[in-house]
Design a protein around this ligand. Sequence first.
Ligand code: FRU
Length: 691
Amino acid sequence: MKARNIISCLIGIGLCTSAFGGCGAKEEFIGEYSFRNGGFEIGTLTGWTVEGSAFTDHGVSVKLKDGSGVGYNYVGDFFFNGEESASGSATGSILSVPFELKGNGIIGFLIGAGKNTSRCYVALVSEDGETEYERRANDEFDENDTANVLHRVILDGSAHIGETVRIKIVDNDSGTDGFNYINVDDFTINYQGVESPVGKIFLANNYIEQNRGRVNQRYRHSYHVMPEVGWCNDPNGFSFYGGTVHLFYQYHPYSSAWGPMHWGHVTSKDFIKWEYQPVALAPDSVYDVNGCFSGSAVEKDGELYLIYTSVDSQNNQLQSVARSSDGINFSKLGRNPVINAKQLGPAMSTADFRDPYVFQMNGVWYLLAGTRVNGYGQIALYRSTSLLEWDFVGYVLNNSDANGPNYYRLPGVYECPAFAVVDGQQILICSPQNLPTDGARFQNVHSVVCMVGSLDTKSGRFTYDKFEEIDGGFDFYAAQTMNMPDGRVVMTAWMQMWDRAFPTAADGWTGSMILPRELSFRNGRLYQAPVREIENYRQNKAESGRRDLRDGDSVSFEGISGDTLELEVALEVGTAARAGVKVFKGAFHETSIYYDAEHGTVVLDRSKSGTIISGAESNRSTRSVAVTPTDGIIKLRIFLDNTSCEVFINDGCATLTANIYAGENDEGIEFFADGGNAVLRSAVKYDIVVD
Ligand code: FRU
């Protein structure tokens, strides 16, 4: 708990000044419970008696020793940095001024480095410096990968209250094999707190704090969620709690590539403006040391529960729970994993058992998780009344029968399941890996599908008659839904795809989320619309009016351009073979979205968009969805956000989503017809402005 207090303090206001009431000893103010230069705030070793060569003044400095980018967690402006002070092989000690040990006799201080605990340590000694009463070394050195980072420990001097004592800092390690020195800071007498080892959550937040400023801004979005720095993939724990929308995400802060998974966290009042929160989960327990994988969030008895896949050092995937009463600081349950290896369904293995999605039906909690049975993708259903104890119910998909009606027997996992009731219709969403192409459908190797049907909570089976791709574009994966108190079912998804290059990686970040979508179900199908709140951010309306588009025309309109906007288009497709709009257009680049009369599809073509996104899709740079014009008209609602393009077709009965990495000035918009004539009935543009 204490460590988390420090975190929010750091995140909120920069450097911590008083997390324990003891931080921030300043030489200028020597109060009842401090001694001269006990926090090294003079910036020299004034007040300390130096012996040997391990401790020299020029080392007492350093705001941030920034080779690795990780901060040191020091207090105030200075700490004693042994690495800066002398060579690793130097030995010696420093002795504080004598002082009377008052209060509770407990001395709190920060310690780091000092790998050899018998040679590098801090001692409470007698006034003459000859007798050592208590000793404390960096016993946690090997526990966390923290190296130089300081963490709070205590020296218990309560047997010497009222005596005159001194602090002695010793470095007797003459080796050169690394960390043969000691870092210390902020000696605080009458310390009231507890020890607080450096936690991985602290380290992650500290890293973010130190590195968010280094991210190259060129490809950043303005109204889409993305990590401050580092990598993100799936959305997790999409939920409404405490009057706020919460969105977590698979997060590796330390590089722009996938790595040991944390849960990043953002909150919003309206799905458009998001606030970064401290990292919610870090892989800091034996059962999740290889990652806190995807999962979901639900509210129970006023607390927000995160249900996630914990991956242990052997890569066993099991399900665990963390909970919070403030929606910010989460504690993992002592009984984790709450679904362990003894609770698997028949022929399941812990090698693939992930992405728990929890929901409630008739007062019972259900959990869906992607898995593999006899080598083929499956989804398992569990039930619980407590969220803590779970029973296996059965398998959701009828896919072990090769002749079955819904035969999608895949060698991959049905990742990231989600379940929702939309306008009275049950839908099961999931992200099957290695889904074979089917005409224009499933072009991305991995896909997100929506099955329309009904769940039998007794057998676990979901019977469905439709198995549809949710988004026909390039960059859409791991979709997850949440329920708003106003009845809306809102969906988000990762706005990238596996097995491709990520052009932002060179800029220090990777990954973002789609503009959240409201789902509705009508005419036997799923519709998607951008959350209505986006309309509050419209500015600078510009309109085209009606315009005939003759074969070969490509026309632009005053005021209709830009790269961060909404564009509503109504197009009479006429006799044209292709009619549509080009966005992100510049001298060398364009991205076209058009109706293809021959195939009866709407196409998104990014072959000339800009940076080629290499990987599984590099040779097929168009995507399309079947669409029938209504009364000869195709309606497009397009959202651009610097490097993304989301197209809602005919009120959202189909969508196409893609990343586009065009040039800096590629902001043109043109309407065109080819192979015949069309009519632009209207085009309306709004800039989307989020301050
Ligand atoms: C899907 C996925 C999940 C897993 C997570 C790991 O994109 O592979 O199945 O939990 O990513 O980051």
